[in-house]
Ligand binder design. Structure first.
Ligand code: AMP
Length: 196
């Protein structure tokens, strides 16, 4: 873990969604590799997760998977990863993925992806994760979720400054610039974590 310039990617395990989601994941793997980033992700072979890994491997990049033992037993792991860490449970997996990364990219996904994204947002609000968080809004998938977050600000469950915790891009090719240009964030975020 902890490769220089590692980016954590959270995305879907589903193969049933529109093929564009897997195409975007594959392209993201290529783009991150070309820009010199290593990738850390959940280690899966299916859905956007598998496509992401295929994209990194095809581009000659470095991709590390982190997978709980029970998923290994189910043979869910991608077979061509640079490294695969087998961990005891989902919590350790998430901690390892995020703490070993210098930025997070979230692609459309299901509840697993939401959970991972919201944990990262919660940690960032508390100044415990200070790296960029970039969402790729393929097919405007995240629009309802972004509306909910804006609603949370409007209802004063979050501070307007918290909107600066995430960046939204349309295409995977936009991700490197979004990572590079994300607003600074630090442990000082604690001072406005609580909405008064
Ligand atoms: P979701 O967005 O609900 O598809 O969840 C993606 C996350 O679910 C992954 O990061 C994993 O935690 C987990 N997951 C669910 N199914 C699989 C699978 N077949 N292979 C690997 N991870 C999976």
């Amino acid at each position: 873990m902890g490769e220089e310039n590692s980016i954590c990617v959270y995305c879907a395990s589903s193969d049933a969604s529109d093929a564009v989601y897997r195409d975007v994941a594959y392209r993201l793997g290529g783009v991150l590799t070309t820009r010199g980033y290593a990738v850390i992700y959940g280690g899966g072979a299916t859905g956007s997760m598998g496509a992401l890994a295929d994209g990194v491997v095809a581009a000659g990049g470095t991709i590390t998977g982190v997978m709980p033992r029970f998923m290994m037993d189910l043979e869910w792991a991608h077979k061509s990863l640079t490294k695969l860490h087998v961990v005891e449970d989902m919590r350790i997996r998430k901690h390892m993925m995020l703490s070993g990364s210098h930025g997070l990219v979230t692609l459309p996904g299901g509840p697993g992806t939401f959970e991972e994204l919201f944990e990262a947002l919660t940690l960032k609000r508390l100044g415990l994760y200070t790296n960029p968080i970039v969402l790729v809004n393929t097919r405007n998938y995240f629009d309802p979720l972004l509306a909910m977050l804006e609603h949370a600000v409007a209802e004063r469950f979050m501070h307007p400054r918290h909107v600066g915790m995430w960046q939204i891009v349309a295409e995977p090719e936009d991700v490197p610039d979004a990572l590079a240009n994300a607003p600074e964030w630090s442990a000082a975020a604690r001072s406005f974590a609580r909405v008064l």
